[in-house]
Ligand binder design. Structure first.
Ligand code: NAD
Length: 497
């Protein structure tokens, strides 16, 4: 689906945001009566005032979620029936695709074309995929002697907290709620405070679909209050988190200080794109490389921010990358031609610009971009930026910038390429480009990352597990059937015959 400009204007004219919390099947103000405002980062103008939930609201959401879990209306519903309701839920999200896409573009500064062709369709696809799996997973029986039966069954873990980032608001939520709901859990979502609106609207649709009250709750609010309350609550059985490594670490602490709830973390990255000297089609590499770093303004956990390239082809490849970057138009996120929208907020834009300054100060050579642009709009836009002559010890090569900034680093042989690529505390994703099939196998095994894409940039798809090695992840995977494991407990039922 593509949205024409006039359709976008019609959608905006009819938008009315759902700004209250969604708890126990009802839309509610925060108990404190407080609200917080979000803004449109492409204009700097206020967008909506949203219920500011805190520990007390989280406590009520947990009570509702627990009650729903115990009454079995969802947790003990036949998986085939859960599947039917989740299909309806996905259909409703799809029906509201234009509204949700425009909402996310307005609130997150994301290009509307991405929202409408990637974020919302993949949200729908994710829920459908896990729904479809609900009644297709079998339990096991162990190889006992004739006097016993040992059944190994999976049961929903209970009440799941999902704490979500702002870069793909609906999609990251779907990655959590798809498998958690399909396996029969009750869920409490805390969206990022900068992007609550699509989650709140989707919560309303969940009730229309027939998901029982209390099974799906959304508590908007700040990390230090609502997020922390989820992490420390004694009656939440698991927390699934996507966000920065820094906050992910806190969730491990919260669990240790409370009830040892299970923690699943999908965190940051500093992903390498390794280009071997034997590649003939450098145009294809350049096209993938540009997409890998500039898609979603570089506000992407798998952004390939380190271009680790053989020194013999570096100059040619960078020329091609620069030429292609000209097609990545920075502009109004609501313009279907825009490929790079605004940074999520002013402090984040300033952080990205400070990394660019650090790159210059440390001696990297700025060969493209480097500036804030379109400041007259009131929005927070940064142009695509490329550094040459980067070494892997520089700040721009070590820290996650989460912006449109590419750092080119050269190597001389395969061993050096692997060493450079793995010399990072992160391990979320990596890309490898080579025409040598043996090198492709060697490198894809040698790189310490949860997803390695060969001769392309890809995160895999809904069928393949997604998550990180090292400080990029902990305790599980999103996507694929593997994601069901973290939302279920294994029970052994041992019977004497
Ligand atoms: P963030 O860590 O600042 O926030 C994520 C969530 O945690 C938000 O809902 C926030 O309110 C909450 N939070 C913040 N402080 C908290 C606290 N003290 N206690 C409890 N909760 C708290 O991350 P962000 O800025 O929203 O997102 C960007 C980060 O997310 C990047 O590091 C990016 O790499 C990562 N990310 C990872 C993946 C992945 O799948 N690995 C996907 C998308 C984004």
């Amino acid at each position: 689906m593509e949205l024409e400009k006039n359709v976008i204007q019609d959608v905006i004219a009819n938008l009315s945001f759902q700004t209250k919390a969604f708890i126990g099947g009802r839309t509610l103000s925060a108990l404190s009566g407080k609200t917080f405002s979000t803004e449109n980062p492409a204009t700097g103008q206020p967008l909506a005032d949203i219920a500011e939930c805190d520990e007390k609201d989280v406590a009520i959401a947990v009570q509702c979620a627990r009650k729903a879990f115990e009454d079995g209306s969802w947790s003990r519903m036949s998986p085939a029936d859960r599947k039917r309701i989740l299909f309806k839920f996905a259909d409703l999200i799809e029906k509201h695709e234009a509204e949700l896409a425009v909402t996310e573009s307005l609130e997150a500064g994301k290009p509307i074309t991405d929202c409408v062709t990637i974020d919302i369709p993949e949200t729908v696809g994710c829920i459908r995929w896990h729904a479809e799996a609900a009644d297709k997973i079998y339990d096991q029986i162990s190889q006992t002697g004739p006097d016993n039966i040992g059944m190994i069954v999976r049961e929903p873990i209970g009440v799941v907290g999902a704490v979500i980032p702002w870069n793909f608001p609906a999609l990251m939520m779907a990655w959590k709620i798809g498998p958690a709901l399909a396996t029969g859990n009750s869920v409490i979502v805390k969206p990022a405070e900068l992007t609550s609106l699509s989650a709140l609207r989707i919560a309303e649709l969940s009730a229309q679909a027939g998901i029982p009250d209390g099974v799906f709750n959304v508590v908007p609010g700040f990390g230090e209050t609502a997020g922390r309350a989820i992490g420390r609550h004694m009656d939440i059985d698991a927390v699934t988190f996507t966000g920065s490594t820094e906050v992910g670490r806190m969730f491990l602490q919260y669990a240790a200080e409370s009830n040892l709830k299970r923690i699943v973390l999908e965190c940051g990255g500093k992903s390498p794109q390794v280009v071997m000297g034997d590649v003939a089609d450098l145009d294809a590499v350049a096209s993938n490389a540009v997409n890998c770093i500039f898609w979603n303004m570089g506000e992407n956990c798998t952004a390939g921010s380190r271009l680790i390239v053989h020194k013999s082809i570096k100059d040619t490849l960078l020329e091609k990358i620069i030429a292609l970057t000209a097609e990545w138009k920075v502009g109004n996120p609501l313009d279907p031609a825009t490929k790079i929208g605004s940074m999520i907020e002013k402090p984040h834009m300033e952080k990205v610009l400070s990394y660019i300054e650090a790159g210059k100060a440390e001696g990297a050579k700025l060969i493209l971009g480097g500036n804030r642009v379109l400041a007259e709009t009131g929005g927070y836009f940064v142009e695509p930026t490329i550094f040459d002559n980067v070494t892997n010890d520089m700040k721009i090569a070590r820290e996650e910038i989460f912006g449109p900034v590419l750092a080119a680093i050269t190597f001389e042989d395969e061993a050096e390429a692997v060493a450079l690529a793995n010399d990072t505390p992160y391990g979320l994703a990596a890309s490898v480009y080579t025409d040598n099939v043996n090198a492709a196998h060697r490198l894809s095994r040698a790189l310490r990352a949860g997803t390695v894409s060969v001769n392309c940039y890809s995160e895999g798809d809904i069928t393949t597990p997604f998550g990180g090695y090292k400080e990029s992840g902990f305790g599980g995977r999103d996507n694929g059937i593997h994601a069901h494991e973290q939302y279920t407990e294994i029970k052994t039922i041992w019977m004497q015959l």
